[in-house]
Ligand binder design. Structure first.
Ligand code: MN
Length: 271
């Protein structure tokens, strides 16, 4: 049954996440990417289809470079309302901080999405704030058989070469929320769960260290020791707008760089 796995994994008395409700089929399809600092940092890539959000967990996040294929683990469908969720999951499944990193609409580049999913090859166009243009999700079969959840859950998220591809590292360049414009510490400063003082969702490793820093920064924000926050957010808004312009510029630069390789190819031919 739809959203059964989503429901089974969560205790809605304890989590602020939206309830398991299947939405109506809509003409415009929503998409979002949620940056999720849980036991590990990852990006949840979600595409609306038949009233739910098809979901993949992408450990390294999307890449605008067509040569960089990003592992995307298929996870349980999420309710459409989840697409607007940003906040702190205090405990239980997915405990950590969820940031709405990008959102917009998507268009399948096929008439039959279900057939494409079954085949393991879904081509689509994104129209978000950060991610745009043509992409593909390809199931890799048994190639990552050792991965958690089994090989059949392994897909690759790949950018197609177009005006929106380039070598800009989008996760580094535009790391903040498209909803609140804040970073993890801003989201956490709104609502730090008391339970984390004794039992944090990530303790060891990179995620644990990152979370410890974020908790410290959030505490400072809460104590009002960072009067520059509003200015920082305004500066970020400018960054995001600049990123979109710069993104296009980067693509143009990449195109300009192409002739030398053609020249190299031609000089090879001469030899
Ligand atoms: Mn997640």
């Amino acid at each position: 049954m739809a959203l059964e796995e989503y429901k089974r994994k969560r205790d809605f008395k304890k989590t602020p996440e939206p309830e398991a409700k299947v939405g109506a089929k809509r003409a415009e399809r929503f998409f979002c990417v949620q940056k999720h600092l849980a036991s590990h940092l990852h990006y949840d890539f979600r595409l609306e289809h038949n009233g739910v959000l098809l979901s993949w967990a992408v450990p390294k996040g999307p890449s605008l470079d067509p040569k960089t294929k990003r592992l995307a683990m298929k996870v349980e469908d999420h309710p459409v309302a989840y697409g607007e969720f940003e906040g702190v999951i205090p405990e239980g499944y997915g405990a950590g901080i969820v940031m709405l990193w990008d959102r917009g609409s998507w268009t399948p580049e096929t008439d039959d999405v279900d057939a494409a999913l079954k085949k393991g090859d879904l081509k689509f166009t994104l129209d978000g704030y950060k991610l745009k243009g043509s992409w593909v999700l390809v199931r890799t079969g048994g190639r990552y058989a050792g991965a958690r959840g089994g090989g059949d859950r392994s897909w690759l998220l790949i950018k197609h070469r177009d005006d929106w591809s380039g070598d800009l590292d989008i996760t580094e360049f535009a790391p903040r929320s498209v909803k609140s414009e804040g970073d993890f510490e801003d989201i956490l400063a709104e609502d730090t769960p008391a339970v984390w003082h004794t039992n944090r969702p990530a303790k060891g490793g990179d995620a644990g260290a990152m979370l410890a820093t974020i908790i410290e920064r959030a505490a400072r924000l809460k104590a009002g020791q960072n009067p520059g926050t509003k200015a920082t957010r305004d500066a970020h808004t400018k960054d995001v707008r600049a990123a979109r312009t710069k993104d296009t510029k980067v693509t143009k630069d990449t195109k300009k760089k192409q002739p030398p390789s053609t020249q190299r190819a031609q000089s090879k031919k001469k030899k």
